[in-house]
Design a protein around this ligand. Structure first.
Ligand SMILES: Nc1nc2c(ncn2[C@@H]2O[C@H](COP(=O)(O)OP(=O)(O)OP(=O)(O)O)[C@@H](O)[C@H]2O)c(=O)[nH]1
Ligand SMILES: [Mg+2]
Length: 319
């Protein structure tokens, strides 16, 4: 197997096979993950990460493809990470993505990767930010993370982005569904796609109304715009790019970009630490220490909180 520094060097030259290999190491939680992450660290932090989320079939992949074209015209290197947390077995959406984005398949400035959960949501929540870091370190200027659906896990993955785009389409009661899923809190830019269809104006109005209801913004705060598009014809995509660039500029001006990235890194560290702790505590099953604590609770010598404190102190070597 190739050594990690060599893989990282090749990925930074833009070689897709090296990038793919690194992401596979990340996805498979390889024992060499620590080495990979350490080697990538100095090169990460330059990419602009755009999250694109919305209900199935709303036109996310079509929009992503159009966004790729727009950023390529501007000479940027682009990566797409298509994440499908909702359907561990189908792969259908991902197949659709391939077709939708096939026009970019031969462009060396574009890297497209799909990630599915295979029934392991926690795994995806861990792997997605690390895959983003690989793409970032590989020198991609823009990374689009497309997630299918509007559930909690999609919202979490969308939260990995610098700018979150929520994409809806007319009909299907999307906006109401979206509101339930908390998607109205995460959008920095809203897109109503399929504006060539009846009901697009109504969806935009409804969205505007709901955003206004939840509004508690001050004068300098960001006000999420609503952009109407016909992604299949590329209409409105330039306006989406403008909205993205505007949001990015606003974040830089107000220190929000660094704050968001710092909060995300903190969350990532927390996730890793909790996972490690949980693994150590799981190791305690059948361990005398846990049994002894449980026995003391039953005997009325100890309360469960104090027992938990003792257990945590025990696994972290604090006692
Ligand atoms: N009429 C119309 N159809 C569109 C538009 N944009 C996309 N479509 C069509 O809508 C269908 C779904 O588009 P996708 O881009 O695959 O949607 P998606 O949100 O990525 O779908 P999933 O990944 O399966 O959730 C395709 O048949 C597209 O051709 C649009 O602006 N107008
Ligand atoms: Mg798609």
């Amino acid at each position: 197997m190739q050594d990690v520094p060599e893989l990282v060097a090749q990925a930074r030259e833009g070689r897709p096979r090296a990038v793919a290999r690194l992401i596979s190491l990340v996805e498979g939680a390889s024992p060499r993950l620590r080495e990979v992450m350490a080697a990538l660290a100095p090169f990460a932090g330059n990419a602009y990460v755009i999250g694109l989320t919305g209900p199935p079939g709303a036109g996310k992949s079509t929009s992503t493809s159009a966004l790729i074209s727009a950023y390529r015209r501007a000479g940027r290197r682009v990566a797409v990470l298509a994440v499908d947390p909702s359907s561990p077995f189908s792969g259908g959406a991902l197949l659709g993505d391939r077709v939708r984005m096939s026009e970019h398949a031969s462009d060396p400035g574009v890297y497209i990767r799909s990630m599915a959960t295979r029934g392991h949501l926690g795994g995806l929540a861990r792997a997605a930010p690390q895959a983003i870091r690989v793409l970032d370190a590989a020198g991609c200027d823009v990374i689009v993370v497309e997630t299918v659906g509007v559930g909690q896990s999609e919202v979490e993955i969308a939260a990995q982005a610098d700018t979150s785009v929520v994409l809806l389409a007319p009909g299907m009661g999307d906006s109401i569904q979206a509101a339930k899923a908390g998607i109205l809190e995460i959008g920095d830019v809203y897109v109503v796609n399929k504006a060539d269809r009846d009901g697009a104006d109504a969806t935009a109005r409804e969205l505007n109304h709901m955003l206004a209801l939840g509004e508690s913004r001050g004068p300098g705060d960001w006000r999420p715009p609503i952009v109407k598009t016909v992604a299949s014809r590329g209409e409105g995509i330039d306006e989406v790019v403008q909205a993205l660039e505007k949001h990015r500029a606003w974040m830089e001006e107000h220190g929000v970009l660094t704050a968001r990235r710092t909060r995300r890194a903190a969350h990532e560290v927390e996730t890793l630490a909790v996972t490690a702790l949980r693994a150590r505590i799981a190791d305690l099953h059948g361990d005398r220490r846990l049994d002894a604590l449980a026995e003391r609770i039953v005997a009325g010598d100890l309360d469960p909180y104090a027992a938990a404190d003792e257990l945590v102190a025990g696994v972290t070597g604090g006692r």
